[in-house]
Write a protein that binds this ligand. Structure first.
Ligand SMILES: *Cc1c(COP(=O)(O)O)cnc(C)c1O
Length: 342
C-alpha cells in the first residue's frame, strides 16, 4: 500500500538489487541492477507492479474483463493477459500494426495465456485516433457479450498504475540504503511514462536520496513533454502529494532513441550481448537493451562519471528477443559460433 491505496498482491517482493561486478569493471563505474524482470507471473516485467494497483481498481468496479492496447509485441499486453488468466478474467489486447507473419515472442505468450488479440493495420491517421476508435469498438463488442470491461491505457501508465513504481521507489530506497548506496543514480527506460513517473514521485515525495534519470526509447516529442506534466499534475491532485514539479524537473535523456520504437540497432544488440556475456542477465532489444546501450554511451561521453554508482532498473521484456525482426539480426551476428557437424 502506498499513498493510502490498496493493491492486489501478485508478486514476490522485494525484487533483488544486485551488484554487477564484471560490468562494473568493464565500464569503470559501480553498476547495480534492480531485478524487476524477476517478477514471477507470465515471464515478469515492470507492468506487473502497475497491474497490482490496476487490478484492485478493476475488482472494485466489478470487472470481468481487462482490455488494453499497445504495439503488436507489447509486454504490457502479455502481463495484462497473465493477470487476467490468474484471476479468472477475460482479456483482449488491441494493437495497431502488422501481424509479424508468425505467432512468436509476446504474441505467442498472449495466446498461450488465453488473451484475444486484435491487430489492425495502420491506416496512416494519427495513431491516437486509430487506437481510440479500435478500443471503443472492441469494448462495445465485449460489453454486448455481457462482460464488464475495465480498460487499461497504454502501458498501464495512468494515475493508478504509477503507484506500482511509487512503491518500487520506496522499496529501492530501503535496499540501496542497506547496501550503502543511498545516493546512487537510478536509470530506467522510458516508454509510456508510468515507470518514470512512479519512481519520480516516490523518490521526491518520500525524501529518498536516490536520483533518477530516464532514457527515452521512442521519440520524446511535444506530445510526450505535455503528457508527462499532465500525468504528474493528475497524480499530485489525486493523492494530495506535497511536492511540485514541471517539465524541466524531469531528467530524461532523449538522444539514445536509435531511430524509433522497437527498431533493430547494432549498438543495442552489442549492449544485450555484453550484459548476457558478462553477467548472464538477459536484456531485451526494445527497452532494457536500449537503456543499457545509453548507459555505455553516457560513460564514454562523461555524462556518467568514472566510479559513479548507477542502479539500472531491469524492467523485463526478454521475450522480445524472440521477435522475428530482432532474432534475424542477432542470428547474422551469432551464427558463426554454431558448428553443425554431419
Ligand atoms: C513498458 C516497458 C518499459 C517502459 O515503461 P513505461 O512505464 O511504459 O515507461 C520498460 N521496459 C520494458 C521491458 C517494458 O515493457
Amino acid at each position: 500500500m502506498v499513498l493510502g491505496q490498496e493493491k492486489v498482491s501478485l508478486l514476490n517482493l522485494p525484487t533483488p538489487l544486485e551488484f554487477l561486478k564484471n560490468i562494473s569493471e568493464e565500464l569503470g563505474i559501480q553498476m547495480y541492477i534492480k531485478r524487476d524482470d524477476m517478477t514471477g507471473l507470465g515471464m515478469g516485467g515492470n507492468k506487473l507492479r502497475k497491474l497490482e494497483y490496476i487490478l484492485k481498481e478493476a475488482q472494485n468496479k466489478g470487472a470481468t474483463m481487462l482490455i488494453t492496447e499497445g504495439g503488436v509485441q507489447t509486454n504490457h499486453g502479455r502481463l495484462t493477459a497473465a493477470v487476467a488468466a490468474k484471476h479468472n478474467m477475460r482479456c483482449a489486447i488491441v494493437a495497431i500494426g502488422d501481424y509479424p507473419g508468425e505467432l512468436s515472442a509476446n504474441l505467442l505468450l498472449d495466446r498461450l495465456m488465453g488473451a484475444e488479440v486484435i491487430i489492425k493495420k495502420d491506416d496512416g491517421r494519427p495513431s491516437l485516433d486509430q487506437y481510440k476508435e479500435l478500443v471503443g469498438d472492441t469494448i462495445k463488442k465485449y460489453e454486448a457479450q455481457g462482460e464488464i470491461v475495465y480498460y487499461i491505457p497504454l502501458g498501464g501508465s495512468d494515475d493508478v498504475g504509477i503507484l506500482g513504481y511509487y512503491e518500487c521507489a520506496v522499496e529501492l530506497t530501503k535496499q540501496a540504503a542497506a547496501m550503502g548506496i543511498g545516493d546512487a543514480r537510478v536509470i530506467s527506460a522510458v516508454g509510456s511514462l508510468g515507470t518514470y513517473m512512479g519512481l519520480y514521485c516516490g523518490f521526491h515525495n518520500e525524501d529518498s536520496g536516490l536520483e533518477l534519470t530516464g532514457v527515452a526509447i521512442s521519440p520524446f516529442d511535444d506530445y510526450k513533454e505535455h503528457s508527462i506534466v499532465e500525468l504528474f499534475d493528475s497524480v499530485k491532485e489525486k493523492y494530495g502529494m506535497k511536492i511540485s514539479a514541471g517539465q524541466k524537473d524531469f531528467d530524461i535523456e532523449k538522444d539514445y532513441v536509435r531511430g524509433g520504437y522497437n527498431l533493430p540497432s547494432k549498438e543495442v544488440r552489442d549492449a544485450v550481448r555484453l550484459m548476457a556475456g558478462k553477467e548472464a542477465i538477459l536484456l531485451d532489444p526494445c527497452y532494457t537493451g536500449k537503456c543499457f546501450a545509453a548507459i555505455i554511451d553516457m560513460v564514454k561521453e562523461g555524462k556518467i562519471k568514472k566510479g559513479e554508482k548507477i542502479i539500472m532498473i531491469h524492467t523485463g521484456g526478454a521475450p522480445g528477443l524472440y521477435t522475428k525482426h530482432h532474432r534475424v539480426e542477432f542470428e547474422k551476428e551469432l551464427i558463426d559460433g554454431v558448428t553443425i557437424l554431419e
